[in-house]
Every structure is written in structure tokens, then in C-alpha cells.
Design a protein around this ligand. Structure first.
Ligand code: ZN
Ligand code: ZN
Length: 283
């Protein structure tokens, strides 16, 4: 059984600053637990949705834009047990670790020394992390070192496009996936350079035919074109079950795929209060 826990479904500069859909990335729990693209809020959302940042064995940052990397250093401190143990793996684009052109580096030299391993992923690379195989595929994005991911698990494969524009070969990478997590920045055919729009996702799903598609990294125009309605439209066009991501959404992939939405959005205070009220005085 593999579990995905989403800590946001927003992306792009305006959503990142506005935080309507949150930008904490997502976690994949095979046996091993990995946080992918921890943007702003990743640490707080981890707590808010009852997860433990200390139990991570891996952190993946697919490229050097802040909606994907800002909480990386704090999660490295968590993964390394408050920087007391050399443990875990940090898997990043070259831009995040070394800097490429105007991009990065985004992780300090101090934090790069903390994990047991630091891997720079190039398309085609594979890395086995206990029971999870992480394969990198091409993405075409403004950070030229951006990569997409295929997670090979005991329960089947999960694809993650990361930020990319549509290109014909990409549908081949995502054939045979049980779940495809797609960064769909724009609704309808409101395409912008370096990103996918809903029409692009329709093309990918029509060819790749996963069992389930999850839309994340949705930009501001999804406030006007509701994600649920777009997802229904995409499902009708492709026959592929398509859902919008959401902070707190959990997907369990065993023989069947089970989707659990959070009953309500817990506030951070609900998590924190039992721990701190004795310090500040109960109401
Ligand atoms: Zn982005
Ligand atoms: Zn980006």
C-alpha cells in the first residue's frame, strides 16, 4: 500500500503569495517517506495535517522556483533529527544544489552537508531509496534543469510532471502510470509558456490513460474556473478519473485506489494549542 498526502494544490507566483490553494507540495509514503517540492507552508501544513516531519527519509526538489523549494532547509533539519544525525537523501535539480544561470543555489552549503546523501538528478537517472525507485524524466521549464518523476512502487507507478510545458514525447513517459500528478497552472486552453493548461492535460491523459489524475499547482485563474468543474470536464473528455488536489487530500494505492478528502481544514492553532496553552494561559 502506498499513500500520497497532498499539502497544497496551488502554484505560480500569485497563488504562492495569496495561499488560496496552499503550496506545501506532497508526501509519498511507500515504506519510506519522502516529501516532494516543499514550497511555502510545507512545514506548517505537515503539522496541520497530522504528519511528522521527523520521519522523512528523503526530500525531492524538482527545480529552483520558490513555490517548490522554500521549506527545504527546515525539512532537512527535521529529516536529520534537528541536524544531529547524518541521515536521509536530498534529491534535487542541479540549479537547487549548484546554481545554474540566474537560478539558485537554493540550499545552503551548511544544509547540503547534513543529509547522508545529496543527489543531483538528471533526466534518465534512477535512485533506489529502500522500497521506492525514483526515476527522473525530462521536463521543459524555464529552469532548464527541472525534472519530472516516476515513482516505482510495489503497488504500481506514480508519475509527477513537475512544472513543464506540453511536449509530445512526455505522454510516453507517463504511460503505464496508475496515478498521474499533473502541475496544471492554467485552466481551459489558457496556455502560458513553460506550464501545462487543462487542454494539455487532456492530451496527456488521452494518450497515457492512468487510472487517476490529480491536478495540482493550479494558478490564480482556477479561482474563476473552479478546479472541480475543470476536473469533471477533463474526465468527460478523456474517460480518465480526474480530481483536483487539495491540502489534506490522501490517496491510498493498493489493489484499489482510495481517495479521502479532509473532513474540514484544521487550523494550525488546533494543532498547536494543546501544546502551548499552559505557557500562554488557557482561555
Ligand atoms: Zn511552480
Ligand atoms: Zn517552476
Amino acid at each position: 500500500m502506498v499513500e500520497l498526502v497532498f499539502l497544497g494544490s496551488g502554484g505560480g507566483r500569485f497563488q504562492m503569495v495569496g495561499q488560496y490553494f496552499k503550496t506545501g507540495g506532497f508526501r509519498i509514503h511507500a515504506g519510506v517517506k519522502v516529501h516532494v517540492d516543499p514550497g511555502p507552508g510545507a512545514l506548517l501544513l505537515t503539522h496541520q495535517y497530522g504528519l511528522n516531519p521527523l520521519d522523512l527519509s528523503g526530500i525531492i526538489v524538482t527545480h529552483c522556483h520558490p513555490d517548490h523549494y522554500t521549506d527545504t532547509e527546515v525539512l532537512i533539519e527535521a529529516m536529520t533529527k534537528h541536524s544531529t544525525k547524518k541521515r536521509g537523501v536530498l534529491i534535487c535539480s542541479r540549479s537547487v544544489i549548484e546554481g545554474v544561470g540566474d537560478y539558485g543555489p537554493a540550499v545552503s552549503r551548511y544544509h547540503q552537508r547534513k543529509p547522508e546523501k545529496v543527489i543531483i538528478m538528471e533526466p534518465g537517472d534512477k535512485f533506489q531509496l529502500e522500497d521506492l525507485e525514483i526515476e527522473s524524466v525530462v521536463a521543459k521549464h524555464s529552469d532548464p534543469t527541472t525534472f519530472g518523476i516516476i515513482f516505482h512502487t510495489d503497488s504500481g507507478a506514480i508519475g509527477y510532471t513537475s512544472d513543464t510545458q506540453y511536449f509530445e514525447e512526455m505522454t510516453k513517459y507517463y504511460e503505464g502510470m496508475r496515478i498521474l500528478i499533473a502541475n496544471v497552472t492554467r485552466p481551459l486552453s489558457m496556455r502560458i509558456p513553460w506550464h501545462l493548461c487543462s487542454e494539455d492535460l487532456i492530451k496527456i491523459l488521452a494518450a497515457a490513460k492512468p487510472e487517476l489524475a490529480v491536478m495540482i499547482h493550479m494558478g490564480m485563474l482556477f479561482l474563476e474556473h473552479e478546479p472541480a468543474r475543470e476536473a469533471t470536464r477533463i474526465k468527460t473528455a478523456t474517460g480518465v478519473e480526474t480530481i483536483p488536489g487539495q491540502a489534506g487530500l490522501r490517496i491510498n494505492m493498493g489493489e484499489e485506489i482510495k481517495i479521502t478528502r479532509p473532513p474540514k481544514q484544521p487550523t494550525l492553532e488546533e494543532y498547536i494549542r494543546p501544546r502551548v496553552e499552559n505557557f500562554f494561559g488557557a482561555e
